[in-house]
Design a protein around this ligand. Structure first.
Ligand SMILES: Cc1ncc(COP(=O)(O)O)c(C=O)c1O
Length: 364
């Protein structure tokens, strides 16, 4: 099949660019002796998780129990749920996953740890645990220092939980400019101190897990980190480029769209809006929603559910006709993937793979 035969809107994955992205990060992790547990929330496709494992990943990361269930199909020896698992329904499902592969949960409360321990005891399974610390994002994670050590000690005393170390998500570090590099320095001092406190307290630091895509290639500068969990790197997107962690030709995913209206001079409407691209803004806060590869300078400035508004007045190419097709690099590919049932692997104009996005919509 050729790209021209695909109906729109549709996500296209350039398989050669994806493969280069996968290899770049696998090589980086190997070179710096970092464990790589890629976050599969970006692609949500077991075949791609399998590819990450074949390239040397020690396991896979998920956010949701439903994603963990789907990723069992990769045959992974290890799954990290980098999200507190709260509530009996999820725990009942997670113990079934834990019967099939090793499962580690990153959590930040004794409530979560006790629930996990009770579920493990009842099901006669064991879970690994990473205690989560907040290094600046202000999302999940207890404060580093005494609070984290106390949580670690509490977890270490609970039956059928195996404390492996601690985890954090440096999502507050976006652009790797001078400020970003200063943040990496601060993070490094913080993590180094935390490792020391764990050792003094007799707590394990077998795993010190951090790493997002924007800060990816600076991970080896964070003293004490021995594991990274990037997700977006497999495809990259406009935000990754904006952060300086990728270049435009590292963006493997584009959203193929058709021009459905060119009625308004200087503007066009494409057949995808917020239900195709997601409404995530550019990391800088700018309210534009993607880059139209065929029309540099165009502004994708507004969306309704099924309409994308493109202002062409400053674009290099302006003479689009109804029926023309364009490829748009989205701001945030992870959310876009969750909106599509199938995506297409392409090489040049040929469609070489069709993947079902098996973990899309697995929010529980
Ligand atoms: C806990 C956690 N780990 C890892 C990642 C992967 O980071 P990125 O999307 O920058 O690749 C995320 C992303 O949201 C995350 O929330």
């Amino acid at each position: 099949m050729r790209i021209s035969e695909i109906d729109t809107p549709a996500i296209l994955i350039d398989v050669d660019v994806m493969e280069a992205n996968l290899n770049r990060v696998a090589n980086y992790a190997r070179e710096h002796e970092l464990r790589l547990r890629p976050h599969t929330k970006t692609h949500k496709i077991p075949a791609l998780g399998r590819r990450q494992l074949d390239l040397g990943a020690v396991g896979l990361t998920v956010a949701k129990t439903g994603e963990a269930e789907v990723m069992l199909a990769t045959g992974t020896p290890d799954l990290l749920v980098a999200y507190p698992v709260i509530g009996q329904k999820k725990l009942d499902r997670l113990v079934e996953v834990a019967r099939k592969t090793r499962v580690t949960v990153a959590l930040d409360s004794l409530v979560a740890a006790s629930q996990l321990s009770d579920a493990a005891r009842q099901a006669q399974v064991e879970f690994g645990v990473l205690v989560e610390t907040d290094v600046g994002l202000g999302r999940v994670g207890v404060a580093p220092g005494d609070e984290l050590v106390a949580l670690g000690k509490g977890v270490a005393n609970l039956p059928r939980l195996d404390l492996e170390g601690f985890s954090f998500y440096p999502g507050h570090i976006k652009a790797m400019d001078e400020l970003g590099e200063a943040e990496i320095g601060k993070l490094s001092a913080l993590v180094e101190r935390t490792v020391h406190q764990f050792r003094v307290a007799g707590l394990p630091v077998r795993v010190v897990s951090g790493g997002s895509t924007p800060a990816l290639f600076h991970s080896h500068l964070v003293a004490g980190v021995n594991e990274i969990r990037p997700g977006t790197y497999i495809f990259n997107d406009r935000n990754t480029v904006e952060c300086g962690a990728a270049q435009w030709d590292h963006c493997a995913a584009t959203i193929l769209s058709t021009v459905v209206s060119a009625a308004r001079p200087g503007h066009m409407i494409i057949d995808g809006g917020s239900k195709t691209f997601s409404t995530d803004r550019l990391v800088t806060g700018e309210a534009t929603f993607g880059v139209v590869r065929e029309a540099p300078g165009a502004l994708f400035h507004k969306m309704n559910e099924e309409h994308g508004y493109i202002d062409l007045r400053r674009a290099d190419k302006q003479d689009f006709q109804v029926g023309d097709r364009v490829r748009v690099i989205p701001n945030h590919i992870c959310v876009a993937m969750n909106l599509h049932e199938r995506v297409f692997g392409v090489r040049g104009n040929e469609v070489v793979e069709t993947w079902t996005v098996a973990a899309r919509g697995k929010l529980q």
